[in-house]
Design a protein around this ligand. Structure first.
Ligand code: PHE
Length: 452
């Protein structure tokens, strides 16, 4: 491997790592997907299962993924190879790194298109855009989807922003961007939640999200919640492994993971409360699906005093969240190119960006010109989403649990994770039994009761 010449970067301190990992995890998943999925999947039942999954499956896996990265000190492939070799396992485990890196690029290609929609709406908000009726709101979204040029333009802008950061390097690019964007994100979110309390119907939002009704808890809801826990924690796609590889040996993996998980849940809940309180206040429906924040909310914004300003803040919030996540989707492959092929980082980053951009263009077209090309009824955009978040992420999560839980061996794992004996045994057993059983159940259910 030709990586030894350049010393490997390390995050400035443990807070920097916590911040970048929160940046990766908090994204469109928490602000765009979580509210609309909760909205269309039974509200509180979905929220409850999601929270349980995040704690029982997500947290242990997050720790496992950071562990592999930090022990391997390389890109996802080389980290896995190194740890596998050190612990006497087959080099086939390296395949898992490939699945992650390629999966991350696939996600990035459509993630950037959705983020492009957000940039479009931010731009609209800045130019005083208003919609008076639900019909008009729907139409403006449909017009965007019908216009590949406009979508491609914003997709390009978003990718340039993302790749520009990654090209600058781990500390001066990725860490710096997260340190700047995340405090703004939290500030805006706090502001929006307060706004929701004052101008929205917070009690209704609260009931919708937290009044648990057992009858709403169907397998479909549970499965959607498990899948979403993976997506929102950035699991199984090499992103966390790559970030973990820049973490020093002193930092506690368990502590940092707890912070990340808590922040992700908090953002999802606050964003949900803010969004639903406004949705209910204006008599709108929470089950709009993916258009929730792009159709329902603009309508609410147009009807409330100060709504124009609120819209700008809101779309900035989503943009910052998406940006810091997209950065983490780019890093694994760029790290591989720079370390394995000794390609200069900026060239590796822009080259990766170009490939993702092309694939993203295909996603843009799948809403209009190529709308008729379908696989099992799904267009390319939906196919990529399905393939990555419903299949690749859980499967590689399963493989990571098996690798760290069973294959690596207790000594190496304990040496890296450094928990007290009880906590260690608990975590290891969850990773060995609960996580694989949970993920397998999801697949079995899905095979027997095929559903969206
Ligand atoms: N967690 C990010 C989100 O919620 C998406 C993501 C998935 C990022 C996988 C990195 C890896 O939007």
């Amino acid at each position: 491997m030709s990586q030894s010449a350049v010393p490997r970067s390390t995050w400035s301190n443990r807070w920097a790592f916590i911040l970048v990992t929160i940046g990766s995890s908090v994204g469109l998943g928490n602000i765009w997907k979580f509210p609309y999925m909760a909205g269309s999947q039974g509200g509180s039942a979905f929220v409850l299962v999601y929270l349980i999954c995040v704690l029982l499956i997500g947290l242990p896996l997050l720790m496992a993924e950071i562990l592999i990265g930090r022990r391997g000190k390389g890109n996802p492939v080389s980290s896995l190879l190194k740890v596998a070799e050190e612990t006497g396992n087959s080099s086939w485990w390296g395949v898992l790194g490939w699945v992650g890196m390629l999966g991350a690029l696939l996600i990035l290609s459509f993630y950037s298109v959705v983020s492009g929609w957000i940039v479009d709406y931010l731009f609209k908000a800045l130019t005083g855009f208003r919609v008076e009726t639900a019909e008009a709101a729907r139409q403006s979204f449909d017009t965007l989807l019908g216009n590949p040029y406009q979508m491609a333009l914003w997709h390009t802008v978003f990718l340039v922003l993302t790749v520009g950061v990654v090209a600058r390097g781990v500390v001066s690019g990725i860490e710096f961007a997260n340190k700047t964007l995340l405090p703004c994100l939290f500030l805006i979110l706090a502001l929006l939640t307060l706004w929701g309390c004052v101008a929205g119907d917070m009690p209704a939002a609260w009931h919708f999200m937290f009044d648990f009704k057992l009858a709403d808890l169907t397998p479909v809801v549970a499965l959607a919640a498990v899948g979403h826990a993976f997506f929102s924690l950035s699991l199984g796609m090499g992103a966390i492994m790559a970030y973990g590889s820049y973490l020093d040996r002193k930092t506690s993996i368990a502590h940092t993971s707890l912070w990340v998980v808590a922040a992700g849940m908090l953002v999802g809940i606050l964003a949900g409360l803010a969004i639903f309180s406004l949705t209910f206040r204006y008599g709108l429906q929470p089950d709009e699906g993916p258009g929730l924040i792009l159709q329902t909310l603009p309508l609410a914004f147009s009807h409330m005093p100060g709504g124009g300003l609120l819209a700008i803040f809101f779309f900035l919030l989503v943009l910052f969240a998406a940006w810091t996540s997209a950065i983490s989707l780019t890093e694994p492959f760029v790290a591989w190119l720079t370390e394995r092929l000794s390609i200069h980082r900026p060239i590796a980053a822009w080259g990766t960006g170009l490939a993702v951009w092309l694939l993203g263009l295909a996603s843009c077209l799948s809403f209009n010109w190529w709308n008729d090309y379908r696989l099992f009824g799904l267009n390319l955009f939906d196919t990529l989403d399905f393939l990555t978040s419903r299949i690749m992420m859980p499967l590689s999560g399963l493989a990571i649990a098996i690798f760290v839980g069973w294959a690596m061996g207790r000594t190496a794992v304990a040496d890296e994770i450094r928990l007290n004996r009880h906590a260690f045994t608990l975590w290891l057993n969850v990773l060995r039994f609960l996580v694989p059983v949970g993920i397998t159940l999801v697949f079995v259910f899905r095979i027997f009761g095929w559903m969206e």
